[in-house]
Design a protein around this ligand. Structure first.
Ligand SMILES: [Zn+2]
Length: 333
């Protein structure tokens, strides 16, 4: 019995170490990947005159879409961008792996040779970026022209606005490392929350409760949970004063029942984790200004867009994680 116990102890000790090594290994890989991607975007900017952050925005968006769809093959290189073979070689081209740029162009394909090796290779990162860049370039390289090019390419308004939002974030912070978060309330405030996902009796007037209610006093600061773009701000009968922020992973962070917003906060504005965007309130359940029909709390929800539809998911475990990591950071300072 004792041997077994010691054996288990050794085994679990071994595995926890392996796990720790594995996670730092992954982080290192992520850092190397980001550097590799950045150099690809910069190279494409040099040859197409489309600023690097547009490539970063497109790539980031497509990587997220790709991860949520089983019908899109896994990427082979550092980029997440997927161009369908028929689009690359031309819809009527019988050779789905064609690499001759002239033939591809005769068939109406968009595939281009970006690295000068004489092949328009649909699995080569430089060729992929150069192809997208050339496509956009044909509509012009000013921001409004790039927007038109993106619409021609995707034919989906939401996709275009998400990509432009990502591009704005990458441009503003000059880095691809924006996957950081903060708990929505300052940790020195009194607050409480439970996992109420899917409860029928939540505030918000929806059939099921799509979020977590964080109870706190009136006017406790509400902070952005991510690097993101303010996508929506205004009144809604159930949510009261509410705010929506989209992050670089295409998550939509939703804050409701606010007592108001931070002065000068505008739709389209860039925010970062911990930045105060409003205050806790109890607005909602009536025309604009209605307040006090329930105890003050922040309703916090998370939604994901996969390029085709948007759905809500349970934010509770994320909140717990961000609260823990904010506490650790506070201890470290
Ligand atoms: Zn709620």
């Amino acid at each position: 019995m004792r041997t077994l116990f010691i054996g288990l102890f050794i085994v679990s000790f071994f595995f926890s170490n392996v796990q720790a090594a594995f996670s730092t290994e992954n982080e290192k890989d992520e850092k190397t990947l980001r550097e590799e991607r950045m150099s690809l975007y910069k190279k494409a900017e040099a040859t197409t005159h489309i600023p690097w952050y547009y490539f970063a925005g497109i790539d980031q968006y497509e990587r997220q879409v790709r991860r949520t769809h089983k019908d899109i093959p896994h990427e082979k290189g550092a980029l997440g961008i997927y161009i369908e073979p028929s689009r690359w070689v031309g819809p009527m081209n019988p050779h789905k792996e064609a690499q001759d740029e002239t033939v591809i162009s005769l068939f109406g394909g968009i595939g281009k040779d970006g690295n000068g090796d004489g092949k328009a290779d649909q699995y080569d990162d430089e060729d992929i970026l150069y192809t997208i860049g050339s496509y956009l370039q044909s509509y012009g390289i000013t921001p409004p022209q790039i927007k038109i090019g993106l619409w021609q390419y995707y034919h989906r308004d939401r996709t275009v606005s998400i990509i432009l939002g990502h591009a704005k974030l990458f441009k503003t912070f000059s880095t691809l490392d924006l996957d950081h978060h903060a708990f929505p309330l300052p940790l020195n405030a009194n607050f409480s929350y439970k996992n109420t996902w899917g409860d029928a009796r939540g505030w918000g007037g929806r059939r099921i409760h799509e979020g977590t209610d964080i109870f706190a006093n009136y006017s406790v600061p509400v902070r952005s949970t991510c690097y993101g773009i303010v996508e929506m701000k205004g009144w809604n009968r159930y949510g009261g004063w509410r705010l929506g922020i989209r992050d670089v992973n295409n998550n939509y962070h939703y804050f409701a029942h606010l007592n108001g917003f931070t002065k000068d906060l505008e739709v389209g504005q860039v925010v970062e984790p911990g930045m105060v965007v409003g205050g806790v309130g109890s607005t909602g359940y009536g025309p604009p200004g209605t307040s006090g029909k329930f105890p003050p709390h922040l309703h916090y929800g998370m939604y994901k867009d996969n390029g085709r539809t948007e759905w809500s998911f349970d934010p509770y475990s994320h909140l717990k994680m961000w609260e823990r990591s904010d506490r650790q950071k506070a201890k470290g300072n």
